[in-house]
Design a protein around this ligand. Structure first.
Ligand code: MRU
Length: 350
């Protein structure tokens, strides 16, 4: 399965290659760059998106930033690289994986004192962040697949698949692994307004991978649950608080409420790099607000009157009471949640 790579380090060219996700599903195009500003722009524009993929992109952004700097004075190099790291950090606020990955890169910088070896170690660190993410996705898939039985139908929101990670995805990984195990799993994909990650990306990648997927508008989720057509919901996450509150794509909270009402288990799948053990509840998660044109139209087509007021939060927080289980690479966590044990040193160790 998976005949595409969302993000790739081209070692011999010292460049990064990313799928330009804004062009999907119309065309499969790539961005190839050695310019960290192009990477910042790609993250802001959602050309690369999804919390783990943003983390990997941030780490490679640091690498290409480091490669672009003059190599005569280490303290100048370190100062400039920290500025680049801060530029990368400022691209999107909610997915903690971005900060987690760049903090890892900054620890490499802090532990070294010569430019050439530092660059080699930064490259190695970014590659291992990427490889670890791939491995975590597989383990999330294996743990999550234990919850899935032959013939089940899963509803998912946004895209938490291979397009959102360095591997096979988070929310979609249990579905892919269950499929590998010979279980027949069907999926309802919410279209996910305003940017349609479900319609453009989830339905595209599931179809590419031979999964039976049915696309629905966000406002149809209640009906398919009421009809008894959904056995479980699985979504990804951008940040999980120590108490199990979960930030994910706007609309996730609505889906969780619907699932509660219809007695459908609501699962969250995410690597421990998405857990922010420093924050105690979801109220402290910074929620990105995006431009009004995402709500007043789609692409070049305007769908709302000129001058209309809008509110466009990119994410919402689902309270932990609504979450039946959180699937990480460590296993299936059940309530009561307490992720405070995931301190920096324990979190997703190599
Ligand atoms: O705005 P996006 O497309 O980056 O939002 C993505 C999501 O909300 C995903 O569900 C989340 O990042 C998990 S991806 C494995």
């Amino acid at each position: 399965m998976l005949n595409f790579k969302t993000i790739e380090w081209l070692a011999s060219d010292r460049k990064v290659r990313l799928i330009e996700q804004t062009k999907l599903p119309g065309s499969l195009e790539y961005i190839v760059t050695d310019d960290y500003r192009v990477m910042c722009d790609a993250i802001k524009r959602l050309a690369v998106r999804g919390a783990p993929a943003i983390g990997v992109a941030g780490a490679y952004g640091v690498v290409i930033g480091a490669l672009s700097l003059p190599r005569d004075d280490f303290s100048h190099f370190a100062r400039e690289l920290r500025r680049i790291m801060n530029e990368l950090r400022s691209t999107r606020p909610t997915a903690v994986n971005l900060f987690w990955a760049i903090d890892r890169m900054e620890r490499v910088l802090a532990a070294n004192h010569e430019i050439a070896p530092t660059i080699q170690k930064l490259i190695a660190e970014a590659v291992s962040i990427h490889q670890e993410d791939e491995a975590m996705c597989r383990r999330i898939g294996e743990h999550g697949a234990e919850l899935l039985h032959d013939g089940m139908t899963i509803l998912t929101h946004c895209n938490a698949g291979s397009l959102a990670t360095g591997g096979m995805g988070t929310a979609l990984a249990p579905i892919y692994v269950a499929q590998e195990q010979g279980k027949k799993i069907k999926v309802f994909a919410d279209e996910t307004r305003p940017l349609l990650q479900g319609a453009r990306l989830t339905s595209w990648e599931l179809k590419q991978n031979g999964v039976d997927v049915t696309l629905i508008c966000d406002n149809m989720a209640a009906v398919v649950m009421k009809k008894g057509w959904v056995n479980a919901v699985i979504v990804g996450s951008d940040r999980i608080a120590a108490n199990g509150d979960v930030a994910n794509k706007i609309g996730t909270y609505t889906v969780a409420l619907l699932a509660k009402h219809h007695d459908v288990p609501f699962y969250v799948a995410a690597p421990t790099s998405t857990v922010d053990p420093k924050i105690t509840s979801g109220d402290q998660i910074p929620i990105e607000e995006r431009p009004d044109y995402e709500v007043t139209g789609f692409g070049a087509t305007r769908t709302a009157p000129e001058g209309i007021k809008t509110f466009n939060p990119a994410f919402d927080v689902t309270p932990h009471e609504l979450v039946a289980a959180i699937i990480t690479e460590l296993g299936v966590h059940r309530p009561p949640y307490d992720f405070s044990f995931l301190t920096e040193s324990k979190q997703h160790q190599k």
